[in-house]
Design a protein around this ligand. Structure first.
Ligand code: PGA
Length: 248
């Protein structure tokens, strides 16, 4: 099980960021759940450099550019050298800023080339009665997977994050049954792009209003491998609550 804490732009104070990391390190020593923290770009290097703890760090996004004449870009290489080991790619909040499928593929390649594990986000805007969201998820996955080699595909983590469920409360998040169906569906699509039995090796996470109050049910109802958590991950009480709920 893995919990990725997407701090988004919630934590602007470096002292608060350091406190959250210290807290996560203590928490990590009490659990087998892998904890991955995704701070803002300026804090990522500050917090991850020389990291030898059980907690890992993720970039919230990486540049499709390589090192060189690219003003303002935070490249995969820069993150990797700063001690970061994962990269969230294709988050709906980045896609909303104009990130394209081609950008996402390029970012995945850059991440893999630098040894970062890409956490590729997919998710529909809304759930329609005729289940067109399934075709939408299939198309998003296909756009990322098609240009990649089998080896590259096997290096990914997929995060299913329905846009309608992000930044709400637990009651508005997905139900356990619906999540179970989506995880199966995503694995089925992955199966079309990977050799026999390999899809089971690509972790599938869920994100969207995950809280201590719903995380256990979501984990119990589905074959999800972990969670990508925004708001609840920057509050130490909720973050510890998530870990406790999954352990219980
Ligand atoms: P949320 O965000 O947990 O605040 O809904 C999840 C995400 O966007 O990654």
């Amino acid at each position: 099980m893995i919990i990725v804490a997407n701090w988004k732009a919630y934590v602007s104070d470096a002292a608060q960021a350091k406190k959250l990391v210290a807290f996560a390190k203590r928490l990590a020593s009490t659990t087998k759940i892998k904890l991955v923290l995704a701070p803002s770009a300026p804090h990522a290097a500050l917090l991850a450099l020389g990291n030898r703890s059980k907690v890992a760090f993720a970039a919230q996004d990486i540049s499709p550019a390589t090192d060189g004449a690219s003003t303002g870009e935070s490249t995969a290489q820069t993150y990797a050298r700063a001690g970061v080991t994962y990269a969230i790619i294709g988050h709906s909040e980045r896609r909303a800023q104009g990130e394209t499928d081609a950008d996402i593929t390029e970012k995945v390649r850059r991440a893999l080339a630098q040894g970062l594990i890409p956490i590729v986000c997919v998710g529909e805007r809304e759930r329609d009665a005729s289940a067109e969201y399934l075709a939408f998820i299939r198309a998003e996955l296909a756009a990322v997977l098609t240009p990649l080699s089998h080896k590259e595909r096997l290096g990914l983590i997929v995060a299913y994050e329905p846009i309608w469920a992000i930044g709400k409360s637990a009651v508005e998040a997905i139900s356990g049954n619906d999540l179970a169906e989506m995880v199966l569906y995503i694995r089925k699509v992955l199966g079309e792009y990977l050799p026999h039995k390999a899809p089971a090796h690509v972790p599938v996470l869920y994100g969207g209003s995950v809280e201590p109050g719903n995380v256990r049910e979501l984990a119990a109802a589905s074959r999800v491998d972990g969670f990508l958590v925004g708001r609840a991950s920057v509050d130490p009480v909720s973050f510890a609550g998530l870990v406790k709920a999954l352990r219980a």
